[in-house]
Ligand binder design. Structure first.
Ligand SMILES: [Zn+2]
Length: 488
């Protein structure tokens, strides 16, 4: 069985997931003189490599259709197979020195062996050393006429300005909801999957905007659930597979269950998890824990002791530095775990909290006494509440995002929710605590809440124009509408 993100990889300029990128590439390829040196800048998994390969075919195609490669001629086929000598893909992360760039340059001055043009795609180009960049600069200043260079980066800040100024730039971004949706739509149609629009929305709300990651996640859901996917299926799937909370890793570290932790990280990798984000979440969790030893914030008595927390935090920071040096994105965290558990056996010092005499400070929430919270205030600060809840638990945040503050009745905030499943989850004790904490943090006052099942009413004012464009919608309305249009 083929893998979605490979099977549905865009093969033409117009098929690229980001409309802005399609537009820009079209313009560059239509130009009288196609630029020879390009920069593809943007986050991982947003189509830079796919786009670079399409460009390689477009400029080599024997029967191009406008700017599009035919994908059928000898040249296109050779490139598609990935065995053309004239298309070179180089990973700068592992070939970053001046010698590597020198041999690359030597190759660059040789004419193409069979194709019309030679194309060099240098991935993660920001990893090159300064000397290597200087060597590359000369090539960029005066590239041989048969050579095209496409430099790809996830971190253009690290590229010298002298290099940047020689490149025609194409900006890749994380996918917007509508882009991610149409990307999934291709798979849904292609595989004849029946899926509730809300299930897709849920998956998108939990994604990091990377097309590759969301396609991988969708692949996993499909393998587990099959061709009929409901909201409930999706929620359950996301709940058990996409998360690894600070609390959970702490428990696992306490249990010394290295095997279990490495396994969980391995599974997350298959899901296309973003380990940078995961690591940040853990740093955030353990930093709060560290402060708690000094009486800042909520005191937690269970879990790792102070010495262990300090060590684990510094290992997490180290792991962050290794993130860009490895192809296996889960590896830095796995190394941190192995190192920590290896050391933990010899850490026997108990935290001497009494010796440290921490100053016990009140939690940061400044309580206000008399004036009560109004619905207007809750509505105004709703996005802040979401942001406050998110570090604790992503799914609670996602459920809240789908809810709306409806009214305040007898001092209780009533949230309108559209799905019974969401209501049940939000009202679970541990989740309720998280929401309460988020509300208190933002509003400066403790307020209880309850969930009310409401109709998924269309608050959208439809002013359809002849072109089918609608205006005056809320964001939520817009995404609902797109979902309905695509999947009805
Ligand atoms: Zn062709």
């Amino acid at each position: 069985m083929s893998v979605f993100h490979l099977k549905y990889r865009p093969q033409r300029v117009c098929e690229l997931d980001l409309p802005d990128v399609s537009e820009k590439l079209k313009k560059l390829l239509e130009a009288k003189e196609i630029p020879q040196t390009w920069l593809f800048a943007g986050p991982k998994g947003c189509g830079k490599t796919s786009a670079a390969r399409i460009v390689a075919r477009a400029i080599n195609c024997l029967k191009p259709q406008g700017v599009e490669p035919c994908n059928e001629c000898l040249n296109c086929k050779e490139i598609l197979k990935g065995n053309s000598l004239d298309i070179l893909e180089i990973d700068a992360a592992s070939n970053r020195g001046i010698d590597d760039v020198r041999s690359l340059k030597e190759g660059a001055y040789l004419s193409p062996s069979r194709l019309k043009k030679k194309v060099m795609i240098i991935d993660e180009v920001h990893m090159l050393t300064r000397e290597a960049f200087n060597a590359l600069l000369k090539l960029l200043e005066e590239p041989p006429k048969d050579l095209f260079l496409i430099l790809c980066t996830t971190d253009e800040e690290k590229i010298p300005d002298t290099v940047l100024s020689r490149l025609s730039r194409v900006n890749f971004t994380r996918g917007k909801e509508a882009d991610l949706m149409s990307s999934l739509k291709k798979i849904i149609d292609g595989e004849k999957i029946k899926i509730e629009p809300a299930a897709i929305k849920l998956l998108i709300s939990r994604s990091d905007g990377s097309f590759r990651n969301i396609q991988r996640s969708f692949n996993e859901v499909f393998l587990e659930v099959g061709k009929n996917i409901s909201v409930k299926d999706m929620s359950e799937f996301l709940e058990k597979s996409g998360e690894y909370q600070g609390e959970e890793i702490e428990k696992d570290l306490m249990k010394n269950s290295g095997k279990e932790i490495l396994n969980k990280l391995q599974k997350l990798a298959i899901m296309g998890a973003n380990f940078g984000t995961l690591r940040e979440k853990w740093v955030d969790y353990f930093q709060k824990k560290l402060l708690s030893f000094y009486g800042v914030g909520e005191k937690s008595t269970e879990g790792l002791n102070m010495v262990e927390v300090i060590r684990w935090l510094s290992l997490l920071i180290e792991a962050g530095k290794k993130e860009k040096l490895t192809e296996l994105s889960q590896l830095p965290l796995q190394l941190a775990v192995v190192e920590f558990l290896g050391e933990k056996k010899v850490i026997v010092i108990e935290p001497k909290v009494a010796d440290v005499e921490p100053k016990r400070e009140e939690p940061k929430i400044t309580k206000r006494s008399n004036d009560k919270v109004s619905l207007e205030e809750v509505e105004k600060k709703w996005s802040q509440v979401l942001a406050a809840v998110k570090p604790y638990n992503h799914s609670v945040e996602a459920f809240l995002r789908a809810a709306r503050p409806e009214k305040i009745k007898d001092g209780v905030l009533v949230l309108g929710v559209f799905y019974k499943f969401h209501k049940e989850r939000l009202e679970e004790n541990k989740n309720r605590k998280i929401v309460n904490a988020g509300l208190a943090e933002v509003l400066g006052d403790e307020i209880e809440f309850e969930c009310l099942l409401t109709e998924n009413k269309k608050v959208i004012t439809r002013e359809s124009t002849a072109a089918g464009v609608t205006t005056g919608k809320t964001d939520e309305g817009e995404i609902n509408e797109i979902a309905e249009r695509i999947f009805s």
